[in-house]
Design a protein around this ligand. Structure first.
Ligand SMILES: C[S@@+](CC[C@H](N)C(=O)[O-])C[C@H]1O[C@@H](n2cnc3c(N)ncnc32)[C@H](O)[C@@H]1O
Length: 227
């Protein structure tokens, strides 16, 4: 990517941040501070306000009442989703007990503990014990390779329900071939092949109608109604 492209994105993001701000900026900062102290396995990288505002807009547009947040960290994404729709509930899953403990404290402080509940565990295991339908599933646990729980997500979504997936800056990095970081550290040397294969899989999935926003980076997949 040319430096000028990056600069113009930052300028637009700064402008939009000034326009609408981030109601959960304190949680974002706490997540970043937590990552520094937790160690390399932590993997807590909040998508940030521009991605979450787009996901929350989708939630709001489809009036999602019951949502799942996969890879919630300390609850930043769950707060955005729950606050998008009056009375909506969010079940928020993370593999680290530390994240869940802090998350409970964070949503209590935000006055949303009645609508956001946490489940500690691996997404693939937890999903097997849940009962749908969900109106929206936000998958922030995904990174590069098709997740083993994709078909379970399809089962749990209501017809017309939506799967939102951040981290799709990886598609740009894989296609352009100029990754902004060495993603091999997180997803192995063939990460770009994994990203492109997953994009093809989603884009041709018989149960989804899919599009990608590249800036802010988010995939939006709507479960087709039965014909
Ligand atoms: C990219 S961060 C997402 C942060 C969060 N959504 C937010 O807005 O701050 C990924 C999070 O997902 C969790 N995670 C990653 N893979 C997971 C899995 N397979 N099962 C459960 N949690 C997972 C990590 O512990 C981490 O907290």
């Amino acid at each position: 990517m040319h430096t000028s492209d990056l600069d113009s994105r930052r300028m637009i993001q700064d402008f939009l941040s000034n326009v609408y701000g981030d109601p959960f900026d304190d949680v974002l900062r706490r997540a970043e501070a937590h990552r520094e102290s937790h160690g390399t396995a932590c993997g807590l990288f909040p998508a940030g306000p521009h991605v979450m505002r787009l996901a929350a807009t989708v939630a709001r547009a489809c009036r999602a009442r019951r949502m799942l947040d996969l890879g919630t960290g300390i609850g930043y994404s769950a707060l955005w989703l729950a606050s998008a729709v009056d009375g909506a509930t969010v079940e928020a899953i993370d593999r680290f007990a530390e994240h869940v403990t802090i998350g409970k404290e964070v949503v209590e402080a935000a006055g949303l503990s009645g609508r956001i509940s946490f489940i500690h565990g691996e997404v693939a295991d937890v999903l097997n014990d849940l009962h749908g339908p969900y109106d929206l599933i936000h998958d922030d646990a995904w990174f590069a390779w098709e997740p083993p729980y994709l078909e379970r997500v399809v089962q749990l979504l209501s017809p017309g329900g939506v799967l939102t997936i951040p981290n799709w800056f990886l598609l740009e990095d894989a296609i352009v071939g100029e990754p902004r970081k060495d993603w091999a550290e997180f997803a192995g040397p063939k990460w770009a092949e994994g990203v492109i294969a997953y994009a093809r899989r989603l884009g041709t999935h018989p149960h989804f109608y899919v599009t990608w926003s590249i800036e802010p980076p988010l995939a939006v997949a709507v479960k087709r109604e039965p014909s």
